[in-house]
Ligand binder design. Sequence first.
Ligand SMILES: Cc1cc2nc3c(=O)[nH]c(=O)nc-3n(C[C@H](O)[C@H](O)[C@H](O)COP(=O)(O)OP(=O)(O)OC[C@H]3O[C@@H](n4cnc5c(N)ncnc54)[C@H](O)[C@@H]3O)c2cc1C
Length: 476
Amino acid sequence: MTVTDDCTQRYPETGISVLIVGAGVAGLMAALECWRNGHDVRIVERSPEEVTTGDSFTIGPSATRAFKHWPKLAEENEKIAFVPHLAFYTLSGHRVTEPNHVEYRKDKGSKKVPGQITRHWRPQLHGMLLRQLYAIGISVEYGCRAVEYFEISHTGRAGIILANSERLEADVVIAADGLRSHSTKVTLGQEIRARPTGQALYRTAFPVEIAMNDPMVRERFPLVGEKEGPIEFWAGEHYHFLVIRTSDTMSWTLSHKDYESATESWSHQSDPEDVLKITSTIPDWPEVADRLIRLTPKDRLLHFRVMWRDPQPTWVSPAGRIVQIGDAAHTYIPASGNGATQGIEDAVSLATCLRMAGGTEQVPWALRIHNRLRFIRVSCLQKLGLINLKSYSEKPKKDNFTPKGLQYLTAEWIWGHEPETYAEENYYKVLDHLQRGTPFQDTNIPRGHVYRDWTIDEMLEIQERGEEIELDGEWE
Ligand SMILES: Cc1cc2nc3c(=O)[nH]c(=O)nc-3n(C[C@H](O)[C@H](O)[C@H](O)COP(=O)(O)OP(=O)(O)OC[C@H]3O[C@@H](n4cnc5c(N)ncnc54)[C@H](O)[C@@H]3O)c2cc1C
């Protein structure tokens, strides 16, 4: 192992060259972890420069634990992660439950002590990963939009073609280019079908000073701790309103029925006046919420259409040289609370599998092993997204109300997972499983769960019949 200036330990070089497409959360983490595991890294991104928009997401311990390999990153993460005090409200802004931290739960007999759920502002987390990447001498190449993926089986190489016709090649191409990745044309032979969930979100985050200019807003949304404010979840049958405030950022989200005006895009801008037209139809909607909406800068307001995609078991190309991670491999609806966490887990698992491969020849097996180690876990969490979405429509009740979905998401099989150790311990077992058909039992999923293929349509039909989606095994 080599120890760098900031005390990160790097494994010996493997000689494997990795080309990462997309510098989002999964791509940046893959760049860091691939470098730490001894691979040679290049990363390209279609945006002309670093993107600083986005609001917040939850990142679980199974992902943040990986930061401990990067002392400076771990230190910075402590500063930017915030512990929300969650409270439920009615749509008229009346509090139903007291603000409370949400604790991760542990299995009976478990020795690990779970902490509290933390959230991150996406721009801050993204900036933190980017700074660490620069610190080890890797720069993101901006303005590089991949329009096609290819692999050449006889040379054991793969690559992309950029919009300017330039051709880039490597031993492995990691498609971390998020929603609608072109890589599915190689891995699946087609694009993945996306269907509207019927829900859209107006969502924003902007500097808190802008919101604090209004005295009514300032008084209504104070800080609770040193840097944390409350997460107010206003729940109603047709709408949800979420307000999050910290010492530096103000954010709100309004979910409503999708009338086809929204797009599934992280760059589509919107007008606060359109939101006010909706809130004017909600009975007893309070003035303070409209004031907050009116203060929102137009260039910070997204109108995001929430889409379903069926789980895709194949993330690896036929010759085993292209692999998808993060949203390119598996999309999550926001209610699943797992998009960023699973993208980071993917990055750690994949970089470890490539190290275990030991050299370029074994790369195809490393990618297939990574895919097999991760797919069932990821699809279980996609299924929980469906259950959560339904449970968030429950009317909040007094006294410690926690929607069923949130209870599932704090289970130990989710937060207790360690993707690096898991890949190290199971690499050869899965190799045997794939090559010789020896049985392999996943241990990063609910205990006792037996995976069967499922589709969104099947799950929605079950819910439409008024039945519960069956969760065999110990999901809680
Ligand atoms: C600007 C932005 C803001 C977001 N804000 C939020 C948020 O507030 N809350 C939330 O829950 N999730 C948000 N997300 C999504 C969230 O980051 C992901 O769901 C999750 O972190 C998994 O990350 P990912 O790296 O797989 O995908 P992403 O974070 O979406 O990253 C994909 C990256 O690939 C790049 N890319 C796409 N196509 C190409 C191409 N053809 N060639 C090269 N590069 C390409 C994109 O520009 C992007 O940087 C946001 C994503 C983006 C891009």
